[in-house]
Design a protein around this ligand. Structure first.
Ligand SMILES: [Zn+2]
Length: 277
């Protein structure tokens, strides 16, 4: 499934909004989402809330407050908690979300990793990614890391986000032709295709079940043990193996560079980039 399906103009609006917030309240890398929430007197409060929510923005008596779940021993600067806090800041800064709460709508528990079909959750996620990795900062940082997947993994540390978040941001903000596919243990893969690549007509990843060759970068990464240090591998592949609507051997069946690495128990992250056109 595609990771997000928000209209392009809405994504651009959220990018700009997050960039303005970053410029006004932070202006530094990595984004201190805690400091932003503190400046706005939104808390935040951290505690073990079990499985109730990852984050929630409450409105009571004219005041807003953010709660973040630190269950499973996560600390407040854990990438997942930082993303949750940025997501809740999205609910605060996006007018429609904040006004609904102010008007008395009950707060909704957030699970940023599982946004489902709810556009509100996708909007808060888009805001969070843009706040933690402002587009101009992200593109600047890209210049000083190795190309491809290795660089993406480094950017996760630079911005204090997960490798999956950095990869997703790479797909939608790097200005390059690429696709990201994340193979998760026990769940269907999610994917994101960069706007530039989508414009060439490669706009959907096809069902991949059982079609990954074992000697491909992804096939080898899938075979890696989750509990060991894993190697990043690169092989060549064809568009027809990954993208829907591309007949094998057709003119559009171009060669892609396929890089993949296992991210422990989370699954396998793959990056597809066209070979020099
Ligand atoms: Zn939410």
């Amino acid at each position: 499934m595609a990771r997000s399906d928000l209209p392009a103009d809405r994504v651009e609006f959220l990018d700009d909004l997050a960039c303005d917030v970053w410029g006004e309240f932070c202006g530094d890398r990595p984004t201190s989402v805690h400091a932003i929430a503190s400046q706005l007197k939104l808390g935040p409060s951290y505690d073990d809330f079990g499985t109730d929510f990852d984050g929630i923005l409450e409105h009571r008596s004219g005041r807003f407050h953010i709660y973040c779940n630190t269950a499973d021993g996560k600390h407040s600067h854990h990438p997942r908690v930082r993303f949750t806090l940025a997501h809740e800041l999205g609910h605060y800064f996006i007018d429609e979300h904040r006004n609904a709460l102010r008007a008395g709508q009950p707060p909704k528990p957030s699970f940023p990793d599982r946004p489902g079909d709810d556009p509100i959750e996708h909007e808060a996620n888009a805001f969070a990614a843009a706040l933690l990795m402002p587009k101009s900062e992200f593109r600047e940082a890209l210049k000083s890391v190795p190309a491809g997947l290795k660089g993406i993994l480094e950017l996760g540390s630079t911005f204090g986000v997960s490798k999956q978040s950095a990869a997703l941001r790479y797909a939608n903000a790097s200005g390059r032709e690429c696709a990201i596919v994340m193979f998760r243990n026990g769940s269907p893969p999610w994917w994101e295709i960069s706007p530039l690549l989508e414009r060439t007509g490669l706009n959907r990843i096809k069902a991949l079940k059982d079609s990954i060759p074992p000697d491909s970068a992804t096939g080898m990464a899938l075979a890696d043990a989750p509990n060991q240090a894993c190697e990043l591998r690169t092989t060549n592949t064809l568009a027809s193996l990954w993208f829907a609507g591309v007949p094998n051997g057709s003119q559009r069946d171009i060669v892609f560079r396929e890089s993949a690495v296992r991210l422990g128990s989370f699954g396998v992250l793959a990056l597809l980039e066209p070979h020099q056109r």
